[in-house]
Write a protein that binds this ligand. Structure first.
Ligand code: GCO
Length: 256
């Protein structure tokens, strides 16, 4: 088997929400597989700092802080990439926030904020990228970061669950409209990963015990354990893979 199958040489990947956490881990992995990575975050300083760290490892990284929920800012970010001659071949829609509160107590503004960041951003960023991929005529890759909540719910995280359910079916819409242009759209479903977003849960002995008991692997996942699936879905190895959601969850969803 040619190693070229999983090589990302010559490809440019934009990873939203990649100044830290899962996004940073995925970006680093795609860069190690040969891609130039475009890091994105809401803050310029943390996005540039993450970029410098990757460059310090000899990796090819470019910082592009912008608000993924603002359609004008997203269009301007892609126009800036056009002006620099940077063509995005791979998009990883990873930007996400969590908000935990029972629905009866939820402020509609918090609901909207989570849906904006966790779902609408994937549409806005992918729309700009797909328009260019279609115009260039050489296809591309879209990888959406889903969740266990794309499949099943737990109490107190309704907006996140609705958004991640939407991410699963938005991926199907992308296939329905863009597969004909050799654009493969797929998703990755992380299980309970040891990230800042889950710090409060990890520090809660009861929740920590529940995750370790409920997960066949008996542990939390690590951000870089998503890299394998991300490189596969960003590479030629997945050129006939479309609309799939690959769970990286230690087996949690496979067992009752
Ligand atoms: C929660 C967690 C989860 C995980 C992940 C699981 O509150 O239950 O934040 O949402 O982050 O999405 O797949």
């Amino acid at each position: 088997m040619s190693t070229k199958l999983f090589s990302l040489e010559g490809r440019t990947a934009l990873i939203t929400g990649s100044a830290r956490g899962l996004g940073y881990g995925i970006a680093r992995g795609l860069a190690q597989a040969g891609a130039r990575v475009v890091l994105n975050g809401t803050k310029a300083d943390t996005t540039e700092a993450a970029c410098r760290t990757l460059e310090g490892e000899g990796l090819n990284a470019h910082a592009l802080p912008f608000d993924v929920t603002n359609d004008v800012a997203v269009a301007e970010a892609f126009a800036a990439l056009d002006a620099e001659g940077i063509e995005v071949d791979v998009v990883v829609n990873n930007a996400g926030i969590q908000f935990r509160k029972p629905m009866v107590d939820l402020d509609p503004a918090d609901w909207r904020r989570v849906l904006e960041v966790d779902l609408t951003s994937a549409f806005l960023v992918s729309q700009q990228a797909a328009r260019r991929m279609i115009a260039r005529g050489r296809g591309g890759k879209i990888i959406n970061i889903a969740s266990l909540m794309s499949q099943a719910a737990r109490a107190t995280v309704a907006p996140y669950t609705a958004a991640k359910g939407g991410i699963k079916t938005l991926t199907h819409s992308m296939v329905a409209e863009w597969a004909q242009f050799n654009i493969q759209a797929n998703a990755i479903g992380p299980g309970y990963m040891a990230t800042d977003m889950n710090e409060a849960l990890m520090n809660d002995p009861a929740f920590d015990a529940w995750v370790k008991g409920r997960t066949p692997a008996k542990r939390w996942g690590q951000p870089d354990e998503l890299v394998g699936a991300a490189v596969f879905l960003a590479s030629p190895a997945s050129n006939y893979v479309n609309g799939q959601l690959i769970y990286v969850d230690g087996g949690m969803l496979a067992v009752l």
